[in-house]
Ligand binder design. Structure first.
Ligand SMILES: N[C@@H](CCC(=O)N[C@@H](CS)C(=O)NCC(=O)O)C(=O)O
Length: 233
């Protein structure tokens, strides 16, 4: 299903009519954290209930920090007269406060393993970004081995908790980026010798709620080269 992406708001854009009862997800199309909440909104079928408000982070409107979210980051969610932030909290909040299929399993062993994987996700992403300062192929390897092992825990589906869940949503934006960058810049395929990781990426890419949030791989490579890999330019 093709969707239209509204253009990002810049320093010269007027704010939307704030706190008028509309639920708004302030986002940026290139941000992996914001992407988590965008996937959640799409997966739960909330396209008409949660409006996307993209912000140009390079040329931010002053009203965003002053009137919406003092942390001045994306994502944030305007709902019921309040603005909340932090992508992992927002996944939970959207799941708990809106209709649509749940992305949290009921099975206690899946709940427990899910919490364990979420407790590791910041370390996982930090290690990926740190690897770009050294031998990226070698230094990212333990992170992708960790995912390969995690994917072996439940055999009732190809996702991290068997069925698609918030844990897949938390990890995939970062795996998407490093899969592309390692292939394009370092000529390394992170799925080589990792069949479960390969199947997971393939299956996540069958979910419209996710594919609608993907950005052009070339743009990812350009962003990484300019921000994290100046020596590769
Ligand atoms: N811990 C936050 C991280 C959000 C974040 O770092 N967003 C970046 C964009 S990807 C941002 O807004 N950066 C703007 C800034 O730091 O000034 C979350 O999970 O939501």
């Amino acid at each position: 299903m093709a969707t239209v992406r509204p253009p990002p708001l810049t320093s010269t854009s007027d704010p939307p009519p704030l706190f008028d009862g509309t639920t708004r997800l302030y986002t940026n199309y290139n941000c992996p954290y914001a992407q988590r909440v965008w996937i959640t909104r799409n997966y739960k079928g909330l396209q008409d209930k949660i409006q996307l408000v993209p912000i140009d982070l390079q040329n931010r409107p002053a009203w965003y920090k002053e009137k919406v979210y003092p942390e001045n980051k994306v994502p944030s969610l305007e709902h019921n007269g309040k603005v909340l932030g932090e992508s992992l909290d927002l996944i939970k909040y959207v799941d708990a406060n809106f209709e649509g299929p749940s992305i949290f399993p009921n099975d206690p062993s899946k709940k427990e393993f899910g919490e364990e994987l979420i407790s590791q996700v910041d370390t996982f992403t930090r290690n990926l970004f740190t690897s770009l300062k050294g031998d990226a192929v070698q230094q990212t390897s333990p992170s992708f081995e960790f995912l390969e092992n995690a994917l072996g825990k439940f055999d009732d589906g190809p996702f991290l908790l068997g069925q698609f869940s918030w844990v897949d949503i938390a990890y995939i934006p970062f795996v998407e980026r490093f899969h592309i960058v390692l292939a394009e810049v370092f000529k390394h395929d992170i799925t080589e010798g990792r069949p479960k990781l390969a199947a997971w990426i393939e299956e996540v890419n069958k979910i419209d709620a996710y594919t609608q949030t993907r950005i052009d791989p070339k743009e990812i490579v350009d962003i990484f080269k300019s921000r994290f890999l100046p020596q590769q330019q």
